[in-house]
Ligand binder design. Structure first.
Ligand code: AHR
Length: 329
């Protein structure tokens, strides 16, 4: 009797040990070996702006909505960190790689490694420059050239409305060699080039950062002072950095100086409502849904569109800005 009880206890102990070593209901494979339906590796370039933070949040939320497992890495504004992250995704054998390239050049080697590993790559937000078009499958992001065109078209209408004869512009540009910097600049310049009133005094790199926006604005004010009629800033963050610097000189942004910004984040829209910004061109950070849909199609071996641009608008003092709904970023 006593010996029998001992045997039962031993059996129960062994069953207990088996159960705690196999987490899923004592049967099946251990969780760590189970592959999720789709594993997406995404390298975000950094957290330089409200736009970028909104973009990261949107991608995380949409991955959850679509039941996609996301390996997210933040490169903190360094291209080498993005390259390392892509290599880790390859080593981990993710199903699809996505990344927002901080600059356009310098990706060929790592993308060739992804291609050789048979992992499709999606570009999110920004483009790359490469001779080899096979390295990526598609680009999901804004039409930055059109954003520059919209900014310039607004300025031409504003100059007409105010009857301006000479318009001196300073341009605060985004990160050098990045797609939004190059294309916003080109769209703006191409649109004003035949308008003889327009003159770009200087284009200066503000790296999409608020602190740099303030710094370069101080430099521009020291150099050109009251000659500046217009600030064309490539993102809200730099605009928000520049505005207090203009106010310190006694001039009123939005009245004495025309302010044109890009992104359309909540803070800039609030300042537009106060009358200190004249026009904000929208650049939506909500790219997550398209990214998840595209990743699923690629995993299923389906064809995808090579460029997907979201629809974007602009907000300006030509309309009743008090009605602009909450932006969410
Ligand atoms: O690439 C999109 C740009 O990057 C946004 O305009 C800017 O705010 C961000 O940092």
């Amino acid at each position: 009797m006593f010996r029998g009880n001992k045997r039962v206890s031993l059996c129960l102990f062994i069953v207990f040990l088996l159960c705690i070593s196999v987490p899923v209901g004592c049967v099946g494979k251990p969780e760590s070996n189970e592959k999720p339906e789709l594993l997406l590796g995404f390298s975000q370039l950094g957290s330089e702006s409200a736009w970028r933070i909104g973009n990261t949040r949107d991608i995380e939320e949409q991955a959850e909505n679509y039941g996609i497992s996301l390996m997210l890495e933040n490169a903190n504004q360094k291209q080498e960190n993005q390259i390392d992250a892509i290599r880790r995704f390859i080593a981990y054998q993710v199903d699809v790689i996505a990344f927002s390239p901080i600059v356009e050049e310098g990706w060929d080697n790592v993308l060739l490694e992804a291609k050789n590993a048979g992992i499709p790559v999606i570009l999110v937000d920004r483009d790359i420059s490469s001779e080899n078009e096979d390295l990526t499958t598609c680009l999901i992001g804004a039409d930055f050239y059109k954003e520059g065109v919209m900014a310039a078209e607004y300025l031409i209408r504003k100059a007409d409305a105010l009857g301006l004869e000479n318009v001196n512009i300073v341009e605060i540009t985004g990160t050098e060699n990045s797609t939004p910097m190059r294309q916003r600049q080109a769209g703006f310049a191409d649109t004003i080039k035949d308008d003889e009133r327009m003159c770009i005094l200087e284009s200066i790199d503000g790296d999409f950062l608020k602190s740099r926006g303030a710094e370069v604005m101080r430099t521009l004010l020291e150099k050109y002072g009251d000659d500046i009629d217009v600030i064309f800033s490539h993102n809200d963050e730099m605009t928000l950095g520049a505005l207090p610097e203009i106010e310190k000189t006694g001039r009123k942004p939005g009245k004495d100086v025309i302010i044109i910004s890009i992104d359309g984040g909540q803070e800039a829209i609030d300042v537009l409502k106060e009358g200190k910004i004249n026009c904000v061109v929208e650049c939506t950070p909500r790219l997550g849904r398209e990214l998840m849909e595209t990743a699923l199609k690629l995993k299923a071996g389906e064809k995808v569109d090579s460029v997907i641009h979201p629809k974007e608008v602009f907000f300006s003092d030509e309309e009743d800005v008090s009605k602009i709904p909450a932006r969410g970023y």
